[in-house]
Design a protein. Structure first.
Ligand SMILES: O=P(O)(O)OC[C@H]1O[C@](O)(CO)[C@@H](O)[C@@H]1O
Length: 234
């Protein structure tokens, strides 16, 4: 695991952008993308650059169940607004949260992941150590599945909604097994509220109680932190 502790989000996002660029120059064609606040600085770097992503494929980690792609709280909308409108990809995949037939959504997404193996995966981490929407207890070999969100995640994500009552309680997510298949993973984490999860991910026991601890077994992962997220590292 390569760990970079940076001055701030700006420096971290610049480093992530450079790493992604290097991967693309070296042939990366399929990018795994994440939502949440952590990758926003990277997406700003991507949209303000002159780089053309229109021959690449993107595959997003997750989506809330029950939200239409046009819903401003959906991850479809988030990606369109923060990246795709300015930088279109050849094809962009995000689980269809408006389809309540979970089997159909899951089979379709697993098919997509089999067709387009991810070269570089951008990741954030939840305060409870989740990656994608893989909550504590998720098996490390899991594929795409539907999850019931924990109260911790619902509360953490309430900041994007008017109230925590509006946060959907279920999501479709790529499994941990699919995430760790990526050739290179770039994980971004900022702020003191991530410090505990980051320390457990890097120095803790490899356990399904901390989904991100699965990443200790990955051969090529770069973790980019600000000082606060790195503050509990021994
Ligand atoms: O980057 P943020 O907003 O702190 O979110 C952290 C994590 O939470 C999620 O948005 C899901 O709760 C993940 O996709 C993300 O990695």
């Amino acid at each position: 695991m390569k760990i970079l502790v940076t001055k701030n989000k700006e420096e971290a996002s610049q480093k992530a952008f450079k790493l992604l660029q290097t991967d693309i120059i070296n042939g990366a064609q399929v990018l795994g993308l994440a939502t949440g606040s952590s990758p926003l600085g990277l997406y700003q770097k991507m949209t303000s650059s002159s780089v053309d992503y229109s021959s690449l494929i993107s595959i997003n980690l997750d989506e809330y169940v029950g939200l239409k792609p046009t819903d401003p709280q959906s991850y479809h909308y988030f990606m369109e607004h923060h990246l795709f409108a300015q930088k279109p990809f050849a094809k962009s995949f995000i689980p269809d949260g408006s389809n309540l037939n979970a089997t159909e959504v899951i089979n379709h997404y697993n098919q997509i992941l089999a067709t387009y193996p991810i070269d570089t995966q951008i990741l954030g981490i939840g305060n409870n150590g989740h990656i994608g929407f893989n909550e504590p207890g998720t098996p490390f070999d899991s594929q795409t599945h539907k999850v019931k969100l924990t109260l911790a995640t619902i509360n953490a994500n309430a900041r994007f909604f008017t109230s925590s009552k509006d946060v959907p309680t279920e999501a479709y997510t790529m499994g941990i097994g699919s995430i760790i298949k990526a050739k290179h993973i770039i994980l971004l984490a900022f702020g003191e509220q991530k410090a505990d999860a980051i320390n457990k991910m890097i120095n803790g026991k490899v356990t399904t109680a901390v989904p991100a601890s699965a990443l200790q077994q990955h051969p090529n992962i770069t973790v980019i932190l600000d000082k606060q997220a790195a503050s509990k590292l021994a």
